[in-house]
Design a protein around this ligand. Structure first.
Ligand code: ZN
Length: 221
């Protein structure tokens, strides 16, 4: 079974790419956005402990995160290919991820890194508007709302998040460029890094992604 890691900065469209793959292939998408909250709700004692610290403003260290992750992955089918989505974001997390995978008899087969220029990131993210009521997203160029400032879906008021203002995007872009360098170097050394330019159309990127990956099971419907 293959194990792939997808990563890329905001605006690179990696989630859209994963969704397109899921439509064609029967693979497990494994992300950690909900991991801690969900495990805490389920009463996992370790998650409850870590969550207490988070409530005090202490972010989990890699050891804590990947101790949780080792439990988290048990809910996914080991007989399927896995796509891990931004599960490791920094170079110091990679050894922890390696260990969790080794323990379940897997290894990273490929790491897909979606790259964007600063100009493209700005174009995609700047001006993005989010509905204050239903969280629907709109964009003046790519997905404009029908009535300016009003959500097409629910009639709620659209707002530009602080994060999506040009100054914040530039700052995040610079921070990302610094943190990602040793990360991609590590996977490059292993010969498993695939860098994909995320500026063409969604379909073109999808084709490019599929050139590099193999999946065991096509979806039957
Ligand atoms: Zn809305």
């Amino acid at each position: 079974m293959k194990t792939y890691l997808f990563h890329g900065q905001a605006g690179a469209g990696k989630d859209t790419q994963v969704e397109m793959i899921l439509k064609k292939y029967d693979v497990e998408r494994i992300a950690t956005g909900e991991m801690m909250r969900k495990m805490k709700e389920e009463g996992d004692p370790y998650a409850v402990e870590v969550f207490k610290k988070v409530a005090q403003g202490i972010w989990p260290n890699p050891e804590e995160t990947f101790t949780l992750f080792a439990q988290w992955i048990k809910r996914f089918d080991p007989k399927k290919d896995w796509i891990l989505v931004s599960v490791a974001r920094y170079v110091d997390q990679i050894p922890f991820l390696d260990k969790v995978l080794t323990d379940v008899g897997r290894k990273l087969d490929k790491v897909i890194h979606f790259t964007l220029t600063e100009g493209k990131a700005l174009e995609r993210l700047a001006g993005r508007k989010i509905c204050s009521n239903c969280q629907g997203t709109f964009h003046p160029t790519f997905k404009p709302e029908k009535i300016e400032g009003i959500c097409d879906l629910c009639g709620g008021k659209l707002e530009v998040r602080e994060d999506d203002k040009p100054e914040s995007i530039k700052k995040r872009f610079e921070q990302y460029a610094v943190s990602i360098k040793p990360y991609v170097e590590e996977f490059n050394k292993r010969g498993i890094l695939i860098e994909i330019d995320a500026s063409p159309s969604i379909e073109e990127i999808h084709k490019e992604v599929l050139k590099h990956l193999e999946f065991s099971n096509e979806r039957q419907n």
